[in-house]
Design a protein around this ligand. Structure first.
Ligand SMILES: [Zn+2]
Length: 143
């Protein structure tokens, strides 16, 4: 087969994939969570050999595929929003684990004792006197 044929086939396949994706959401945060979880279950199951765990991993992947190909964008979008709300502080770890790890290493998150505002302080600087950016309350934290 000539090189040109192969290139043409690839671009044809890409064009078809783009066409198929039109009007669909593609992978969202729930899909990534399903894939991660299925992968983790798969790794655990290398040692555990539980049939139900393989089925659960498979079900997660099937559900992920269902979400990728779904054309009901409004419903999927709603589900994704409530999912992100539900996982709360885990959100950055799912969306960008590397950045979340760097962030956790360099900064500590504390809550203002007065208004509950979250404040980010650098780690390893001893005792810090913090002024809350929201209510101007001053408090000390161990960084
Ligand atoms: Zn405050």
């Amino acid at each position: 087969m000539a090189n040109g044929d192969w290139k043409q086939k690839v671009s044809e396949a890409r064009r078809r994939a783009v066409e198929w994706m039109r009007g669909r959401r593609g992978a969202d945060d729930i899909v990534y969570a399903c894939i991660y979880l299925a992968f983790i279950l798969g790794v655990i199951n290398i040692f555990a050999h539980w049939a139900w765990m393989s089925w659960l991993a498979l079900a997660l992947l099937v559900y992920g595929l269902f979400r990728i190909q779904s054309k009901n964008l409004a419903a999927r979008s709603r589900e994704n929003e409530s999912f992100l709300k539900a996982i709360g502080p885990l959100r950055p770890w799912l969306q960008n684990p590397k950045a979340a790890a760097t962030e956790a290493k360099q900064f500590k998150h504390v809550k203002c004792s007065h208004c509950g505002q979250k404040v980010r302080v650098p780690r390893g600087k001893g005792r810090l006197r913090v002024t809350c950016p929201k209510c101007r309350e001053k408090f000390e934290v161990k960084s």
